[in-house]
Design a protein around this ligand. Structure first.
Ligand code: SAM
Length: 453
């Protein structure tokens, strides 16, 4: 059952009956693999998502929580249509993005943030912002799992980010919306839907866009997206952007066989994914650039304790844990030590001065008496150095025991070396444990633990 007003609102679409039938059908299952962790796309990725280099459809939906590879950040379970933002950005930049700063303004739980992290690579920076604190924590954990080390997770209002005037090459606003496109994946979305909710969402989307606009540099690219079909939240808001802001079109050619509906509003390209025409859920995106102009990049004056960059002797116990220490800088915040790729260290320090940065770069751990107690994020970092610890490969069941924080049996314990062990499954790091005699002390944080399964 759909809300009657929703059925009425889509009845004007040429194939409304097919749309409603598709929304009552099975959701498509897809994932996006992590090229920083896998040397090649795995065999089960044969059925590829056409608009994303690392996306693949799966024939049936496994219990992802029971797959250690997901916990290792080998892939992210991401709905196929929303993986389209990779195609949009690569098209807008004519291929590789180079040294970009991407602001993902509405980022939790992190599907697009991890995609942008892959795209930006070690030279780039992604600021993944989430206004709701609990959701920002989940986002930070997903960023740690993904393990590229080029993301700063912030928990701020959009206007706080705009104080970093003209800082960003890309502003991605994946706005909170009425969720019509998720009606088959998430049945609750149907219950929450009402015409009044649509209007509230449309107004909130305009507020978010208006507040964040200053963060984008002239010539930079704005991607506005929602997971709804509603024209009030989509085309009407793009028209409002074109009327009220200095935007330029960005030309993007989409192969017709993909089934994406390409449109134009006020000269701005729009893309709509109908679940009865594409293999994916409902999705809408518009891409435009900020008109060129001479402006000064502005960084607000630091109001918070900035990151304390470590000098060479202080960095030494940290540098030996990363594969390319020459490419990184090290810093400290409280007890925690962090690693950053050199190009972004200064940027993160500037962000930390004015924003609520809850995670950034890669947390290496805490140094006590000149020795590092490694953090879980370091185990999941793609640039973890080999050596300095023992490596123990686990069976799937043992890896799940670890992820459930259950004690290892005697046989498993017997295979662990005394001291620090990096536990792997299929060669992918799962986490750390420390064996002391007949005990193994897990170093898995509670937020990474599998519960109830
Ligand atoms: N981009 C995410 C992904 O791909 O995983 C999904 C983002 S979800 C569609 C929208 C997010 O916007 C939610 O996490 C929500 O908490 C956040 N949000 C809600 N109200 C907001 C506001 N007023 N300003 C900014 N973000 C907001």
């Amino acid at each position: 059952m759909f809300p009657p007003e929703f059925e009425r609102s889509v009845s004007a679409e040429p194939d409304a009956a097919e749309l409603l039938a598709a929304l009552d059908g099975e959701a498509v299952t897809s994932v996006r693999y992590n090229p920083f962790k896998l040397a090649a796309m795995p065999a089960e990725a044969a059925d590829r998502v056409p608009w994303n280099r690392y996306g693949a459809y799966l024939g049936k939906r496994p219990v992802f929580t029971l797959d250690p590879a997901m916990h290792s950040g080998a892939y992210y379970v991401q709905e196929a249509s929303s993986q389209f933002v990779e195609f949009l950005l690569r098209s807008a930049f004519g291929g590789e993005l180079g040294r970009v700063r991407i602001l993902d303004l509405c980022a939790a739980p992190g599907g697009k943030a991890t995609l942008y992290s892959t795209l930006a690579g070690p030279e780039g920076l992604v600021v993944a912002n989430e206004v709701i604190r609990a959701r920002a924590g989940v986002l930070a954990d997903n960023v740690k799992r993904w393990g590229v080390g080029n993301v700063a997770v912030t928990c701020n209002e959009p206007r706080d980010l705009a104080a970093y005037r003209h800082w960003f090459d890309v502003l991605a606003v994946d706005a909170p919306c009425s969720g019509e496109g998720m009606f088959r994946k998430n049945r609750e979305a149907r219950v929450e839907w009402s015409p009044a909710h649509v209007e509230m969402c449309a107004a909130r989307q305009r507020k978010i866009l208006a507040e964040a606009w200053d963060a984008l540099r002239p010539g930079g690219v704005l991607i506005y997206s929602t997971c709804t079909f509603n024209r009030r939240e989509n085309e009407d808001n793009v028209a409002w952007l074109a009327e009220n802001f200095a935007v330029d079109p960005v030309d993007i050619e989409v192969p017709s066989e993909w089934g994406v509906e390409c449109g134009e509003v006020g000269g701005i390209a729009t893309f709509r994914f109908w679940p009865h025409r594409v293999r994916g859920e409902g999705f809408f995106a518009a891409v435009m650039s900020k008109a060129e102009g001479r402006v000064k990049l502005e960084t607000p004056r630091a109001r918070r304790e900035p990151l304390a960059e470590l000098n060479r002797p202080e960095s030494r116990p940290l540098a030996e844990w990363v594969a390319t220490p020459e490419a990184m800088k090290f810093a400290r915040a409280g007890d925690n030590c962090y690693g950053y790729y050199r190009p972004v260290c200064r940027d993160v320090a500037a962000l930390a001065g004015g924003l609520n940065v809850i995670y950034s770069g890669v947390c290496l751990g805490q140094v006590f008496g000149g020795k590092l107690r490694p953090d879980h994020a370091l185990a999941l970092f793609h640039g973890l150095a080999p050596g300095g610890y023992s490596v123990t490969e686990l069976t799937r069941e043992e890896a799940l025991d670890y992820l459930r924080k259950r004690e290892f049996g005697a046989e498993t314990l017997g295979r662990l070396a005394e001291g620090l062990n990096l536990l792997t499954r299929g060669g992918l790091p799962v986490g750390w444990t420390k064996r002391i005699g007949h005990r193994s002390n897990t170093m898995l944080p509670n937020s990474f633990r599998i519960v109830n399964l």
